[in-house]
Design a protein around this ligand. Structure first.
Ligand code: DC
Length: 220
């Protein structure tokens, strides 16, 4: 029997950290769909493409995940080249562009198809914004992680500080609120909790507590 776990929620709710832990414990493939949307935004910037040309380019391109110790590299196969874009897709330019490219209907169709194909062949934990609602609505388990905007901004702020970046908390909070708005108000596949997803508010929980809560449900 397949095991597919869908994890949705806003930026900074802890989805990717938690999903990686669960993948490791249950021996599942972890698919970070946000990284796939980020890779599309990266392509659009790198080749200066308009929407139609981006869609064209994506037809001849593959986005792969390659395990590298504890890290998962994001690889673009494009024009018979292989580009490792793991670091580039986390930069400010891509982060600012991604809501725009992830609104395009055909981009979502292409990525949703890729994600469904992976989920049909593997036991997976997949995180994103529309996994439980659109990509695998029949997933065996669905979770929706949430936390207050302040708490999520604080996590992001601490992460950037740790990386040595010169950031201001108010700017980070504003960017979190803006991204929430864009993700929730997009016309196609907006961020929404599936009716049958289990809601976990991670605001006052440690990473281990959230992971254990999910594991308890799945191993029950
Ligand atoms: O999870 P993340 O912050 O890396 O996601 C980056 C962006 O991609 C986010 O602003 C919304 C978009 N996204 C999406 O539209 N659908 C998904 N399934 C995953 C991410």
């Amino acid at each position: 029997m397949p095991l597919r776990i869908a994890v949705d929620g806003p930026a900074g709710s802890g989805k990717s950290t938690i999903s990686k832990i669960i993948a490791e414990k249950l021996n599942l493939i972890y698919i970070d769909t946000g990284a796939m949307y980020r890779a599309c935004a990266y392509i659009s910037i790198k080749y200066a493409l308009d929407d139609a040309s981006l869609v064209d380019k994506l037809q001849n391109c593959d986005i792969l995940f390659r395990k590298d110790g504890q890290c998962q590299r994001v690889i673009l196969e494009i024009d018979s080249d292989e580009l490792d874009v793991t670091d580039e897709i986390r930069g400010a330019e891509v982060t600012a562009k991604v809501p725009e490219t992830s609104k395009i209907k055909e981009v979502r169709e292409i990525l949703t198809r890729k994600q469904q194909e992976i989920a049909s062949k593997n036991d997976v934990i997949m995180d994103g914004r529309d996994i439980g609602t659109v990509v695998i609505p029949d997933a065996e388990y669905k979770f929706y992680l949430d936390a207050s905007a302040e708490e999520r901004a604080k996590r992001r702020f601490d992460e950037l500080k740790d990386k040595g970046e010169d950031v201001n908390f108010e700017d980070v909070l504003r960017s979190v609120i803006k991204r929430d708005f864009e993700d929730m108000n997009r016309e196609i596949a907006p961020l929404r909790k599936a009716d049958d997803a289990i809601l976990i508010d991670t605001s006052n929980m440690t990473i281990d507590e959230v992971a254990n809560k999910i594991l308890e449900r799945v191993l029950d």
